[in-house]
Design a protein. Structure first.
Length: 145
């Protein structure tokens, strides 16, 4: 059991089960505790990014810069795409089933093409790490065993 649960529900005793006396105003002497561990409902949420547009007195229109990972007017975030890549590449769930799972569990309609694009971005981001591992392994592989 945990000391500080996320939610506590109290169930009251209103009547004596033996004589039927009203116990509504009696203070509880103790509580019997039971805890249920579960995951919260998974739902997709949207974060809107707004970039200011300001016009200078010189006539130039200026646009705020968005964060580097916010490139399109609508896109999936890194947690969702990371989960999709994990499900497909590590758990070996086929593309169509992975997309169906995300739709059923998260409520998002991700396409196999989006998943493939997310994988390619992941692979590109890991390229330097992969090269470093290869540099460490290559000298080892030349040892005569």
């Amino acid at each position: 059991m945990v000391d500080n649960p996320a939610e506590t529900r109290v169930y009251t005793v209103d009547r004596c089960k033996y004589c039927g006396k009203n116990l509504h105003d009696e203070i509880a002497k103790d509580f019997e505790r039971r805890q249920v561990f579960d995951i919260p409902p998974i739902k997709i949420s949207a974060t809107e990014h707004r970039g200011e547009i300001k016009k200078c007195t010189c006539g130039c229109t200026n646009y705020a810069e968005f964060p580097e990972d916010v490139k399109f007017s609508v896109q999936y975030g890194t947690r969702l795409t990371g989960l999709a890549v994990y499900l497909h590449d590590y758990q070996l769930i086929p593309y169509d089933r992975c997309c169906q799972l995300l739709k059923d569990v998260c409520g998002c309609d991700i396409s196999p093409a989006t998943l493939i694009r997310a994988e390619n971005i992941c692979f590109e981001n890991l390229k330097d790490f992969e090269d470093e591992i290869k540099n460490v392994i290559e000298p080892i592989s030349s040892y005569p065993f």
